[in-house]
Design a protein around this ligand. Structure first.
Ligand SMILES: [Mg+2]
Ligand SMILES: [Zn+2]
Length: 215
């Protein structure tokens, strides 16, 4: 079976967008607004080199809410993948939830099983890509990421760029504790590398002549 590092997208891979007009922070709505965060290409290359699949798991209710169209989201996905590829980094697969219970697009207005905090996208990815969830990681910057990971049984890493944990109380209220808290995706991936490799840089449990972890 494969092992994966599941990645939330907005706020982990790309910067959020500050909407001055509404005073809100939101997901990018088109490729022009899509900017990779510092250290992300390097981080994803480490995931690739460790032999883990890099799989994006992201709620995109902007589709249900008609904030942007599917072709625009596809264009953002394409841009993300090609910008990363230019650095020699590979995203293996991307899973989105388009739904929202209050959506205006009827086809996507529903209470689905794939919108985080539910683990539906993780379960689907695990099934389709033959991933052992209990030997995989989920890195996200939201409480719903930690909830989805907990429900799926992954090791969960919260990206939280402050030493004052303003959302820890809320995490407690939802009975969800990240296994680790790090300030960036890059730090999270370096942490995985430390946990998973021995002093020679080899994956723990790996045979000296192979590159596949023994599970
Ligand atoms: Mg996020
Ligand atoms: Zn959904």
């Amino acid at each position: 079976m494969n092992r994966a590092v599941f990645l939330d997208r907005d706020g982990v891979i790309n910067a959020m967008v500050y909407n001055v007009e509404f005073g809100l922070v939101d997901s990018p709505a088109n490729p022009r607004e899509f900017t990779l965060l510092p250290g992300v290409p390097e981080a994803i290359r480490v995931i690739n080199n460790l032999g883990f699949l890099a799989v994006v798991i992201s709620n995109q209710p902007g589709i249900a809410k008609a904030k942007f169209s599917e072709p625009l989201l596809e264009a953002m996905t394409h841009q993300m993948i090609s910008e990363l590829a230019a650095y020699g980094s590979r995203i293996d697969s991307v899973y989105y939830c388009f739904h929202h219970p209050d959506g205006v697009i009827e086809a996507y207005r529903k209470t689905c099983d794939c919108r985080k905090p539910k683990p539906g996208l993780l379960l689907r990815a695990a099934d389709e890509l033959d991933i052992a969830l209990d030997q995989s990681y989920f890195i996200g910057d939201g409480i719903t990421d930690m909830q989805a990971g907990k429900a799926a049984g992954t090791t969960n890493i919260l990206v939280y760029p402050s030493s004052r944990c303003y959302i820890c109380e809320e995490l407690n209220r939802h009975h969800v504790q990240p296994h680790y808290i790090v300030p960036s995706l890059h730090d999270g991936v370096i942490l995985i590398q430390q946990v998973e490799t021995d002093s020679t840089g080899r994956l723990k449990g790996e045979k000296s002549d192979g590159n596949q972890a023994v599970s």
